[in-house]
Ligand binder design. Structure first.
Ligand code: HEC
Ligand code: HEC
Length: 337
């Protein structure tokens, strides 16, 4: 028998064996397993050099202090993604940062800001991200996210290929200059736009466990005519650019309150703008197409909400009308000049 009181060498040996076995069991083997079992999903495009540099900017600027990138399998996380995160989602971030630093930890542990797993889906516009990074309050009223002005430069003589950010003149320190996004800002935005959940091949319904105390779907308020809630959808998909009160932002996004397009009794142009995107005027940025993000019923709900809110007055439209317009709008750049 082992006598730990007298035989100290045995005590040390046993402690060592237990320690090694435990570390293998709870850390080394699972970590290796994870590292091996995360091939990229079929629809995950490989990361470009710029996107990878953007990931490094994300790490360097400490964005993970306030943002997570993990959709947990509980109901309250459903709003951050279509399915819970799996190891494959992190395939392209497992490469080490450099010899001294391990692969970046993007999961995060604190959600002062929203989870970013799917932010490229929610906020598909590069211009929105640039404005938001320069000054979050410019596009999200009351945001507590810090500004990142050092990713931008004010210059009187922007280069030919410079990415000029459409900030209103009075926001600049010197209003005779323009604001240009640095390479780091462009890389960071390229990275943020990759943050989209790739679909799982052949996946059934995602598994989300109910959060304690959560309300079930049946308790949720229903909206008229079985359409989804247009006001909520507007806040989720449109207000980031067009503003919570649909007043827009001079020089970047047009107001939807009082817009002739929204108030046109014939909804065709409005629907084709939402479906196919819009870049008609130099004084505004580019509106990204929403055809892939939103269903016919969702677009009808948003359109009907806008046509009756913010002082607008136009007759309602239907998912059938959206479907008809959808078939005429080619994906993405249909309306680009
Ligand atoms: C002090 C905490 C904090 C830090 C640090 C921070 N953010 Fe945020 N972030 C927020 C909050 C709060 C919001 C929600 C309000 C808003 O949209 O501005 C937000 C929103 C966002 C959104 C919009 C998310 C969505 O889907 O609507 C993006 C993208 C984003 N942050 C990116 C970044 C990046 C990139 C960095 C690092 C350069 C960063 N954040 C650093 C707090 C933070
Ligand atoms: C990334 C920013 C962005 C988002 C998100 C966005 N838009 Fe736009 N939208 C724009 C810009 C920029 C224009 C003007 C483009 C131009 O004229 O060159 C525009 C134009 C429009 C117009 C035409 C208005 C007019 O008077 O000319 C409508 C209607 C519209 N958007 C509706 C929507 C709806 C509905 C949503 C949500 C489903 C939405 N937008 C989301 C940026 C955005």
């Amino acid at each position: 028998m082992l006598n730990f009181h007298k035989d100290h060498q045995n005590l040390v040996n046993v402690a060592l064996v237990v320690f090694v076995l435990l570390s293998m069991g709870v850390a080394v083997i699972p970590a290796n397993e994870m590292a091996r079992n995360n091939a990229p999903l079929p629809e995950m495009p490989p990361m470009t050099a710029s996107e990878r540099r953007g990931l490094e900017v994300y790490v360097a600027e400490g964005c993970a202090a306030c943002h997570t990138q993990q959709v947990r399998n509980i109901e309250m996380d459903r709003m951050w993604g279509e399915r819970p995160s799996i190891p494959s989602d992190y395939h392209y971030s497992k490469q080490r940062l450099d010899v001294w630093r391990q692969s970046p930890s993007l999961l995060g542990s604190e959600r002062t800001g929203p989870d970013l797993t799917n932010t490229g889906q929610r906020q598909p516009g590069a211009q929105w991200h640039l404005l938001h990074l320069y000054d979050p309050r410019m596009v999200v009223k009351g945001s507590i996210m810090p500004r990142y002005p050092w990713l931008f430069e004010e210059t009187a003589t922007p280069a030919e290929d410079a990415v000029v950010v459409p900030v209103p003149k009075e926001r600049l320190r010197d209003s005779s200059k323009v604001l240009v996004a640095s390479q780091r800002a462009q890389d960071l935005v390229a990275y943020l736009l990759t943050l989209k959940q790739a679909p799982l091949p052949g996946a059934g319904d995602p598994v989300f466990l109910p959060s304690p105390g959560a309300r079930s779907e049946a308790d949720m308020p229903q909206t008229a005519g079985d359409l989804p809630n247009g006001a909520d959808l507007f806040v989720q998909t449109c207000s980031a650019c067009h503003g919570a009160e649909a007043k827009g932002l001079a020089g970047a996004f047009p107001p939807l309150a009082g817009s002739p397009v929204v108030n046109d009794p014939d909804p065709t142009l409005m629907l084709s703008i939402i479906l196919g995107g819009y870049d008609a005027r130099a004084e505004y940025g580019v509106m990204p197409a929403q055809a892939e993000q939103l269903s016919d019923a969702e677009i009808a709900a948003i359109a009907n909400y806008l046509r009756g809110a913010f002082g607008n007055e136009a007759p309602a439209t239907t998912p059938d009308a959206v479907r008809a317009v959808r078939s005429t709008v080619a994906p993405a750049t249909a309306l680009m000049p």
